[in-house]
Write a protein that binds this ligand. Sequence first.
Ligand SMILES: [Zn+2]
Length: 83
Amino acid sequence: VTCQELIEFLDDYVSGNLAEASRNAFDAHLKTCPNCVNYLVSYQRTIEMSQKAFDASEEPVPETVPEDLIKAIIEARRKNPDS
Ligand SMILES: [Zn+2]
């Protein structure tokens, strides 16, 4: 396994889609190649970060003043401008 091959199949390696033989070859390469280990770590960090960003977008939107309430206030002021 070369660095080029490892990087090409890194997605499959990380997601566990790689055949066991290939996986073992990748593991063996990672033991001898700190460059690819660094690449793998930053790759996984990128995935983690994008997943966190996705989770954040799933959270409920921050509570704001309901639009109906704003409309009601505007309407009330229009009816009673002096109040
Ligand atoms: Zn390498």
